[in-house]
Write a protein that binds this ligand. Structure first.
Ligand SMILES: [Zn+2]
Length: 154
């Protein structure tokens, strides 16, 4: 962490302790170069993800929308709701850790397919077949809103 007084980047942490009821960590830092002391706080950063649609349009990432499409793919499948929740949280964490807040919608589709493949083959096939179909016509946006369970599997 760069010293705010002299610009030296080689500062030392003297003390770390939980703050704000464990929502943050407070660090006391010392700069050996100028003797300056300062404090930093470390917090969880839940990033605002932006979905880049196939049309090039940007849209705020909507976890509920993602969840709906996944639940439709999993309809009537013997998968515990808890596992579905965990999977969705895992997907969101993966998206948040991609290193870029702008995420192509096709990347989201890929990650969803990977995750579904691991928990339920039928749901994966449902999702993938519809996804591939829409991807072929370059219309993933419609896919996300129109995904429906396969009538034959009811
Ligand atoms: Zn300094």
């Amino acid at each position: 962490m760069r010293c705010p007084f002299c610009g030296n980047v080689d500062t030392q942490v003297k003390d770390s302790r939980p703050a704000e009821d464990h929502a943050a960590i407070r660090r006391r830092r010392f700069c050996p170069s100028c003797g300056g002391r300062f404090t930093t706080y470390e917090r969880v950063q839940l990033r605002d993800l932006v979905v880049i649609k196939s049309s090039g349009r940007r849209e705020e990432f909507d976890r509920d929308k993602l969840e709906r499409s996944i639940r439709i793919a999993l309809q009537k499948r013997p998968v515990e709701p808890e596992r579905v929740d965990q999977m969705i949280s895992g997907i969101v964490r993966r998206l948040e850790s991609l290193g870029d807040t702008d995420i192509p919608s096709s990347k989201i589709g890929e990650i969803v397919m990977e995750s579904l493949a691991r928990i339920d083959t039928v749901a994966y096939v449902r999702f993938a077949s519809v996804y591939m179909n829409f991807q072929a016509v370059g219309d993933f946006d419609r896919f996300m809103s129109e995904l429906r369970p396969n009538p034959a599997s009811k």
